[in-house]
Design a protein around this ligand. Structure first.
Ligand code: AHG
Ligand code: MN
Ligand code: MN
Length: 338
């Protein structure tokens, strides 16, 4: 059987004129960094990588050792390749341009180095999420403001999930493709080309413990899901919540579903929990490239003009018909209010 490695896939994308050599190199380098993170994650307690780092990030969250290590691995791997102008990360307040001693390239890279931090110490799947933007023309040393481009302008997005197997799921704007790491060989092999999310679903993912803090249309929507066959939706729904966005989104890309992290009243000053630029946008692109939808509950995520690197948004993504249904509840509520 002929196998398609990530290397071969990227060369073929380049030959087809869909990507240039710089983007090919960028994705290769990110995938290599993810392999290193995968090795560290899989060592667990034996690698001394579990537990807190004893520091906090700009968002007031306690950092785990693996948050810091993964961030360092990604920064180091991307510094010298000549394909990048700057990086931004969940773990850093501001973006960092590539050091002066290295050549600078045309792309901007954003990442959530370790997603699902609360699952590290309990041996549950975690991941790395990344988003690639073009550096605006004529900008030599980009600052944070140059990253503030809507998700629809992403040239690539992906995640690597560190689970029972390590997988890289990637879009270059022409479908969403999954690669599985062949651990002995150290190469990612294409195992699910052109993933398609089923349009309908009977499965939702949400942290139900926040229910009392949700706004009225969310209460109504989830109430109708829970009512099952006897309710207005006329079918029974199942629920899953892993609390690693990569793992929940991976399940949805594989077998359908809707993932929701809505706005809630716990901290009304925050527009949501998840971050637009390195969580919602890349996941939104991957899901839409697989035929699904990504919304804030009211507007498409990929259309948002960002106003900050660490901006938060409500996230509804997954099976097209189910996301459309959830949005209907919100729009009907807003209309009734006016
Ligand atoms: P991170 O570990 O990068 O901070 O992201 C955690 C996110 C996301 O992965 C997950 O869906 C969500 O937080 C879980 O939140 P709750 O613990 O509130 O359920
Ligand atoms: Mn995250
Ligand atoms: Mn993280």
């Amino acid at each position: 059987m002929s196998r398609t490695s990530l290397t071969r896939f990227l060369i073929e994308e380049q030959q087809a004129g869909r990507i240039g050599p710089e983007l090919r190199q960028l994705v290769t380098i990110v995938s290599r960094a993810c392999k290193r993170i995968s090795i560290a994650v899989s060592k667990g307690a034996l690698g001394g990588v579990l537990g807190d780092a004893g520091t906090g990030n700009i968002q007031g969250e306690a950092q785990k050792k693996l948050d810091v290590l993964s961030n360092d691995i990604l920064l180091e791997a991307n510094a010298w390749g000549g394909h990048l102008a700057a990086c931004a990360s969940e773990e850093m307040e501001h973006s960092t341009p590539v050091p002066d001693r290295y050549p600078s390239g045309d792309f901007l890279l954003l990442f959530d180095p370790l997603d699902g931090s609360s699952n590290i110490d309990v041996n549950v799947s975690v991941g790395t999420i990344f988003s690639v933007l073009r550096c605006p023309p004529g900008v030599d040393k980009p600052g944070d403001e140059h990253f503030l481009q809507p998700g629809s302008t992403q040239v690539a997005a992906g995640y690597c999930i560190y689970g029972p197997s390590t997988m890289l799921v990637l879009t270059l704007g022409h479908g969403t493709h999954a690669f599985t790491l062949e651990r002995e060989e150290g190469s990612f092999l294409l195992t699910q080309p052109d993933m398609r999310i089923p349009e309908e679903t009977k499965e939702f993912a949400i942290n139900m413990s926040n229910q009392r803090h949700w706004e009225a249309p969310m209460q109504a929507y989830v109430g109708d899901l829970l009512a099952g066959k006897e309710g207005p939706r006329g079918k029974d729904f199942n629920m899953r919540w892993i609390a690693s966005m990569v793992a929940d989104v991976h399940r949805i890309l594989t077998r359908g579903g809707i993932f929701i992290y809505p706005w809630d009243r716990k901290d009304p000053s925050k527009a949501g929990k998840l971050r637009l630029m390195y969580e919602a946008n890349p996941m939104g692109m991957l899901v839409e490239q697989a035929g699904g939808l990504a919304s804030t509950g009211r507007t498409p995520i990929l259309g948002i003009q960002p106003d900050g690197l660490h901006q938060r948004v409500p996230v509804f993504l997954g099976s097209r018909q189910e996301v459309t249904e959830a949005v209907k509840y919100h729009l009907a509520f807003d209309e009734a209010k006016d």
